[in-house]
Design a protein around this ligand. Structure first.
Ligand SMILES: CC(C)(COP(=O)(O)OP(=O)(O)OC[C@H]1O[C@@H](n2cnc3c(N)ncnc32)[C@H](O)[C@@H]1OP(=O)(O)O)[C@@H](O)C(=O)NCCC(=O)NCCS
Length: 188
């Protein structure tokens, strides 16, 4: 009999990695979130509209924190231990309790790309998902053209399980969507 570990929702699960502290977002993080969510390079392969005003970032932070309060997801913000800079967000956007599966997603400020920070954060979140939350599988929904995230997912052991053609309607266009999955095989 499998059970997901609901206890993790009692208190926000901060995570420490070598170079990062992953914790919940604060309203004071709105400016950095706004910068990230209006950046052309970050948005290039993500079918969602950019934020329009700082209030949108505040709403997004509240929405992310509500996901945790309502046990639907967990959104972490990654801060460098050196300097305490917010460099990105990552988390489980959706947790499918019935199937022990969660969807992972995130983004990072462009000035921190290419330094293995994303790998460090995502590795820690996967470890949390399998060992603490007791997930069986983690999926990432990505544009098949999003090379950076696909490299990262493959490095972490994800394999491509699906490619849906013209699956997402965005900006007057039908876009393909790929699903990459990692299973908790180390535990069995
Ligand atoms: C996805 C994202 C966080 C990855 O950031 P990153 O800085 O490239 O990640 P890392 O530095 O941790 O790199 C991870 C690995 O992928 C490799 N990699 C990343 N992009 C690559 C590329 N274009 N070509 C070759 N390798 C690449 C890195 O070299 C590294 O491998 P290594 O351990 O062998 O050095 C960043 O590109 C981003 O914010 N993109 C926009 C948002 C987005 O698309 N999010 C995903 C939505 S699900």
């Amino acid at each position: 009999m499998f059970t997901l570990n609901n206890n993790i929702f009692k208190e926000f699960p901060n995570i420490e990695t070598n170079r990062l502290t992953l914790r919940s977002l604060n309203l004071t993080d709105a400016e950095t979130i706004f910068e990230m969510r209006t950046n052309d390079r970050i948005s290039e392969f993500i079918p969602r509209h950019k934020l329009q005003k700082i209030e949108d970032a505040i709403s997004l932070i509240k929405k992310t924190n509500n996901l945790f309060q309502s046990k639907q997801g967990i959104g972490w913000a990654g801060f460098t231990k050196e300097g305490n800079h917010l460099i990105g967000t990552c988390g489980f956007n959706k947790i499918d309790f019935e199937n022990f599966r969660a969807e992972i997603g995130g983004e990072m400020s462009v000035s921190y790309w290419g330094r293995n920070y994303a790998k460090e954060a995502v590795e820690a979140i996967i470890d949390f998902g399998f060992k603490k939350l007791k997930l069986n599988s983690i999926e990432a929904r990505v544009s098949p053209e999003n090379r950076s995230v696909i490299y990262l997912l493959k490095k972490l052991g994800f394999t491509k399980e699906a490619h849906f053609r013209q699956y997402v309607y965005f900006n007057n266009d039908f876009l393909d969507l790929a699903i990459f999955t990692l299973h908790n095989e180390k535990e069995t």
